[in-house]
Design a protein around this ligand. Structure first.
Ligand code: IPM
Ligand code: MG
Length: 367
């Protein structure tokens, strides 16, 4: 019996290659754990533009609204740089986020012990790092109106608007407090209340929501100081909650701390559907890496870990997610490396599918 539906959108660049490994993992869970998913596949980004002249076809959008979880590879590539802004590959992704109302974006930054030396920071600053950034994903300056390029006094002016309603702040704050309750019970909220009214309101609403979570220790930080503290001593943080734009920046900083962008997954969650599962989209933090696309060099781990987040957050299969994450940890401990993780002398990199093979072997061994 199928335990739920998945829509796979491999997208562009390395997306299809890394997603191919995820499909093998999904098959493994069906064969060896009797956990089968109802899987369908479709196009997004440049691939959708090539086929339909739009980065996300309406039929694909409709399908995404129906399934339990969407798994996305990556979108974009130099070939599409010349396209009009309205049909750029990224617009497909932004439409999915907005129309599915995926307001809570979970971006973990975890340091795998075997990779601690890849960080630009010293080992003791980074070893054991495990933080979670909760980024608001459907509002703020990414979507605020007015926006556009206008003419004023004979010159052009580019305008974007930072805008947050109380309810938008309230719901993302609650999702962050809920996560903090399941983790280290510490939450740091980041904004710029010293310069922005939206930041003042953000701080007020988060402080109000905190009354419902007395066990969670809440702190506030200006987002620029937050970036500095992330680089100085990241282990001071457990969960961070912040807006769409600051979250975009801070999650890239946090990702790079771990030394391996090719390792980091993300989950974007919305409101519960009729079956109680949240609307959900899972994707690696890395992009489409057009420079290495099609060469079997890409690291599939971020995409596989994104599926692991789906097991945990959409299908309530935390123990199976642990099994998959442990398999990945073991593979890394054995010294198996894709090309992005080289550094040590004498290590020959494995291909994308070679990494998939190694993870599947560890999964078999876990039974
Ligand atoms: C991200 C990306 C996207 C964003 C782009 C591709 C639109 O940078 O998911 O972090 O800015 O949100
Ligand atoms: Mg980004």
């Amino acid at each position: 019996m199928s335990i739920g539906s998945l829509l796979i959108l491999p997208g562009d660049g390395i997306g299809p290659e890394v997603m191919a490994e995820v499909k093998r993992i999904i098959d493994w869970f069906g064969e060896k754990r009797d956990l089968t998913f109802d899987v369908s596949e479709d196009l997004v980004g440049g691939a959708a533009y090539d086929a339909h002249g739009t980065p996300l076809h309406d039929d694909t959008m409709a399908k995404a609204q129906e399934v339990d979880a969407v798994l996305l590879g990556a979108v974009g590539g130099p070939k599409y740089d010349v396209l009009d802004f309205s049909v750029k590959p990224e617009r497909g992704l932004l439409r999915l986020r907005k129309e599915m109302d995926l307001f809570s974006n979970l971006r973990p930054a975890q340091c795998f012990d075997a990779l601690a030396d890849f960080s630009s920071l010293k080992r003791d600053v980074i070893a054991g790092l495990d933080i979670m950034i909760v980024r608001e994903l459907t509002s703020g300056v990414y979507f605020g109106e007015p926006r556009g390029i206008f003419t004023e006094n004979n010159e052009r002016v580019g305008i974007n608007t930072q805008r947050y309603t109380e309810s938008e702040i309230d719901r993302v704050a609650r999702s962050a407090f809920e996560l903090a309750m399941k983790r280290g019970k510490r939450l740091c909220s980041m904004e710029k209340a010293n310069v922005m009214e939206s930041g003042i309101l953000w701080r007020e609403v988060v402080t109000e929501v905190a009354k419902d979570y007395p066990e969670v220790e809440l702190s506030h930080m200006y987002a620029d100081a937050g970036g500095m503290q992330l680089a100085r001593w990241p282990k001071q943080f457990d969960v961070i909650v912040t807006d769409n734009l600051f979250g975009d920046l801070l999650s890239d900083v946090a990702a790079m701390l771990t030394g391996s962008l090719g390792m980091l997954p993300s989950a974007s969650l919305g409101l519960p559907m009729a079956n109680g599962r949240p609307k959900a989209l899972y994707e690696p933090v890395h992009g489409s890496a057009p420079d290495i696309a099609g060469q079997g060099k890409a690291n599939p781990i971020a995409c596989i870990l994104s599926f692991s987040m789906a097991l945990r957050y959409s299908f309530d299969l935390g123990a199976e997610a642990d099994r998959l994450e442990k398999a990945i940890e073991d593979v890394l401990a054995d010294g198996v490396r894709t090309a992005d993780l080289l550094g040590q002398e004498g290590v020959t990199p494995v291909s994308t599918s070679g990494m998939g093979d190694a993870i599947l072997a560890k999964l078999d061994a876990s039974l």
